[in-house]
Design a protein around this ligand. Structure first.
Ligand code: DX5
Ligand code: ZN
Length: 220
């Protein structure tokens, strides 16, 4: 099987929040494939980041896909705004208080975006089987969501492989597996070998003195 190289999606969580559009453009110039937006509502996770207005500024500034990761308690109320803001991928958590996550994924598709399902570390992979026909991406959290710069949970590599098998068995070889949390050059190869095709990386890239070099080190 011919493997494509990993898609590198820098998280802008650690960038200057006063000018996230410029920071995103700089990451694009440094080789980013996508821009990953960590949207936090202060309820699903303790921190509050930004909303659809900031997503719009970013998506109208960069020419690469914008990947919105909604760490919010009530995603159904926000997906229309993030779709209108120009996000290509909109990813939601089944652990949120949204009861009808299946319906939300369908709505994201109706809005013309690619739906993604994000799994917290303790969430079992089997849920993917029941939404496999609706999604374009599964985001596997390798930290507990809420903060950048946390320690990567390598026990999740086994979950990546399980999700890949579930998707392949469902005839969805095309669905991307994205990994988010503590991703750096020391674990990138293992993550891709386990079945990941998108590497989200925050502090490793944004705290580097050479962001271009950090991004290329993840293109494994
Ligand atoms: C965690 C976020 C991640 C995170 C990535 O809540 O979803 O995108 O900020 O940052 P690092 O790579 O520093 O773990
Ligand atoms: Zn994220």
């Amino acid at each position: 099987m011919v493997m494509n190289r990993a898609i590198v999606a820098p998280s802008i969580l650690g960038c200057d929040h006063g000018d996230l559009a410029s920071a995103s453009l700089e990451l694009e110039k440094n080789g980013a494939d996508w821009i990953h937006l960590d949207v936090m509502d202060g309820v699903f996770v303790p921190v509050l980041t930004f909303g659809a207005g900031v997503a719009r500024s970013i998506s109208s500034t960069v020419s690469i896909p914008v990947d919105a990761h909604l760490m919010v308690d009530r995603p159904a109320e926000l997906i229309d705004a993030f779709a209108k803001a120009g996000c290509r991928y909109i990813t939601v958590h089944p652990e949120s208080s949204e009861t009808h996550i299946h319906r939300v994924l369908g709505r994201i598709r109706e809005l013309g975006c690619s739906p993604g399902l994000a799994l917290n570390p303790a969430t079992p992979p089997e849920i993917v089987q029941w939404v496999a026909g609706l999604i374009d991406l599964v985001l596997i959290m390798t930290v507990n969501p809420g903060y950048g710069g946390q320690r990567h949970i390598s026990a999740m590599h086994e979950k990546i492989t399980s999700v890949r098998k579930i998707l392949d068995n469902a005839g969805r070889e095309d669905v991307l597996i994205s990994v988010d949390g503590g991703v750096d050059s020391s674990n990138a190869v293992k993550l891709v070998q386990a079945g990941a095709s998108v590497l989200v990386s925050g502090s490793y890239i944004t705290s580097s003195s050479n962001r271009g070099r950090a991004i290329s080190s993840l293109k494994v």
